[in-house]
Design a binder for this molecule. Structure first.
Ligand code: ATP
Ligand code: FE2
Length: 331
């Protein structure tokens, strides 16, 4: 079965094409464009206009990457949520138009669950992980329990990526600032104490962001501040992930989301996994960030498990929670 998936929850408009090969995911194409605001944060309507302008071109690119035409596609899937309303509506509209024009079935999927399933799909050894999902807007620790993907811990305010990008904006770094902060942190030597807020299984970042800004205004070294931000926020992420692993007795940890590109975060999660005798996995970068291939793969799993949607069922849901999904494709 060959599926075309459309992602459009936030900055990225992505189109992926996948097929199943002995129940693993074979990525045939994964094309994307990313909206970059000229200054400030993301403006939902401007991002959606950008997606609408590029939709046809990205769909064509994915088809040509895979040497396929729409006739070869068995199913169209798209991200129903969670995300920004105007962006979700644009991706859903593109998916409905394709499905209707070419008389293909259509399925809307949960974006967060897709981040986890693509890891299981492309990494053969990865069977039942705890996912640490760290992106711009999202920070969640997710695992499968009693028929659903449950959120064991999450941010109470902003996502880890937004925290890094916001600090970057305060100190005049370009967007996205995460990768630049990673480089600066490598040269940091002195740890500056920052608020560490793990509340139960949840995490908050805004207090730390304010304290980091104060260090900057007081003239502390930017490399030391970046180093301290990474050490503190990543330690909190690792702590919550480890507790979820202990609670669920799972022996695998999977990283996902754009911040998973960070080498220091990978190293810290890997050390924790090793200490527990657990396995550590991270998919290739283009499958960690928001992408169409993960949406296509989850659509494929759902369709094969018997789920069907009519066009009228394909409404978007900005607050589509991970644990609202009935997981019909896992034994
Ligand atoms: P969503 O939250 O809807 O999943 P998004 O568009 O915000 O989507 P991603 O594309 O998954 O998220 O990731 C973008 C984020 O990843 C940005 O905040 C960026 O700063 C951060 N990021 C990218 N590379 C690195 C890195 N090497 N270190 C730290 N952060 C990084
Ligand atoms: Fe995402």
């Amino acid at each position: 079965m060959i599926v075309l998936g459309i992602e459009g929850t936030a900055h990225t408009f992505g189109v992926g094409i996948v097929e199943d090969e002995n129940s693993y995911c074979n990525v045939l194409a994964n094309a994307m464009v990313t909206y970059m605001p000229e200054k400030g944060g993301i403006h939902p309507r401007e991002a959606a206009n950008y997606h609408a302008e590029h939709a046809a071109e990205v769909i064509s690119k994915a088809l040509s990457q895979s040497n396929l035409s729409m006739n070869d596609i068995d199913l169209v899937s798209f991200s129903r949520g969670p995300g920004l309303g105007p962006c979700l509506r644009t991706a859903a509209t593109a998916a409905r138009a394709l499905a209707a024009t070419y008389s293909k079935p259509i399925i809307g999927v949960n974006h967060c669950v897709a981040h986890l399933e693509i890891g299981r799909g492309v990494i053969r050894e990865c069977e039942d992980p705890v996912l640490l999902y760290t992106s711009g807007a999202n920070t969640q620790v997710i695992a499968f329990a009693e028929g659903k993907y449950r959120v064991f811990g999450e941010t109470l305010d902003i996502g880890i990526g937004n925290c890094l990008d916001k600090f970057g904006r305060i100190v005049g770094l370009p967007f996205p600032s995460g990768p630049i902060i990673e480089k600066l942190a490598l040269k940091g030597k002195r740890y500056l104490p920052l608020p560490y807020s793990v509340k139960g299984m949840d995490i908050a970042f805004s207090g730390l962001l304010t304290a980091a800004e104060q260090y900057y205004r007081k003239g502390e070294d930017i490399e030391d501040i970046c180093y301290s931000i990474q050490e503190t926020t990543f330690a909190a992420l690792v702590e919550v992930t480890e507790r979820a692993m202990a609670h669920t007795e799972k022996r695998e940890v999977l990283l996902g989301g754009g911040v998973a590109a960070n080498k220091r975060l990978r190293e810290m999660v890997e050390i924790m996994a090793k200490d527990r005798g657990a396995d550590f996995f991270v998919p290739p970068k283009e499958l960690c960030v928001d992408n169409g291939a993960m949406i296509a793969w989850l659509g494929l799993l759902m369709y094969k498990s018997g789920i069907r949607m009519k066009i009228e069922d394909t409404t978007i849901d900005q607050r589509f929670r991970t644990d609202m999904v009935e997981v019909t494709w896992r034994g």
